[in-house]
Write a protein that binds this ligand. Structure first.
Ligand code: HEC
Ligand code: HEC
Length: 211
């Protein structure tokens, strides 16, 4: 009797493992298939393509990819006519029809190995940037690893040109100008502590050392 029970329990356990295994595999296959479109701009390894203004997204946290795809979809990000990159990404997000598609692509993007994009922004002073970054680290983490509980994405492994352009867009309210995008509104306020273009370059030079 006991042996039969153990055998049944083991069989049930194995069956449940198979079910979870299968659905995960399905989700991964769906994410991979959907990524064909994304790869056209973000690159096949999601390493980013500056020419298309598409940043590296490889290994970005799943929660952040989901949140950004949803703000793009709603138009809270990427509908400002001065936001050339955002206006390219907005229609792409609409191509993801269901929450399941968003979930599948986000988990696929998060599973890709992080990259170290090449340095293309020059003239920043990383030592000065380190001083500035002390404030940023309260939300983005000492090593730029991000902090989900603060809705703050990782900054390490991002394209340096994108960090510069996105900080400029925050300062000008091109990103974070729509009150519906509350996290971006918060970050817009923070960006004002970078008072000059040199300060932006300096903090990005420091962030680029966090690999
Ligand atoms: C036509 C080119 C293009 C395609 C195709 C495209 N993207 Fe983008 N994507 C961009 C650009 C440009 C940006 C930068 C927007 C900005 O500067 O604010 C971006 C930004 C993003 C961001 C925000 C990154 C961040 O750090 O905030 C995510 C996430 C993203 N794309 C995911 C995707 C996914 C997933 C797909 C496929 C469904 C996709 N993209 C397809 C051009 C594209
Ligand atoms: C109070 C918390 C907080 C502080 C301090 C802060 N940030 Fe942010 N930051 C955020 C949040 C939240 C977001 C996400 C915005 C969104 O969802 O659009 C963000 C987004 C960003 C992004 C966009 C990343 C991407 O992938 O598009 C950059 C770049 C950034 N922050 C840099 C900085 C820098 C540099 C500093 C210091 C000068 C700083 N942040 C200070 C909360 C903060």
């Amino acid at each position: 009797m006991i042996r039969k029970l153990i055998a049944t329990t083991a069989a049930l356990y194995a069956a449940s493992l198979m079910v979870t295994g299968l659905s995960l595999a399905d989700e991964n296959a769906r994410g991979r298939a959907l990524f064909d479109l994304c790869a056209q701009c973000h690159g096949s390894a999601a390493q980013g393509t500056e020419l298309y203004l598409a940043p590296a997204i490889a290994g970005l946290d799943e929660w952040y990819v989901i949140s950004q795809l949803n703000v793009f979809k709603s138009g809270a990000r990427g509908l400002n006519y001065q936001d050339v990159g955002g206006m390219r990404m907005h229609p792409m997000s609409l191509w993801l029809k269901t929450d399941d598609d968003v979930q599948a692509i986000a988990s696929y993007v998060a599973s890709l190995p992080k990259v170290n994009p090449p340095t293309v922004v020059h003239g920043g002073n990383a030592a000065d940037g380190k001083t500035l970054y002390a404030t940023c680290s309260a939300c983005h983490g000492q090593a730029g690893e991000g902090n989900k509980s603060m809705n703050s994405p990782p900054l390490s492994h991002m394209s340096d040109w994108y960090l510069v352009s996105t900080l400029q867009k925050f300062k000008e309210g091109i990103r974070g100008g729509n009150p519906a995008n509350t996290n971006a509104v918060l970050m817009r306020g923070m960006s004002n502590m970078l008072t000059t273009d040199q300060a932006i370059k300096d903090v990005v030079a420091y962030i680029s050392t966090l690999k």
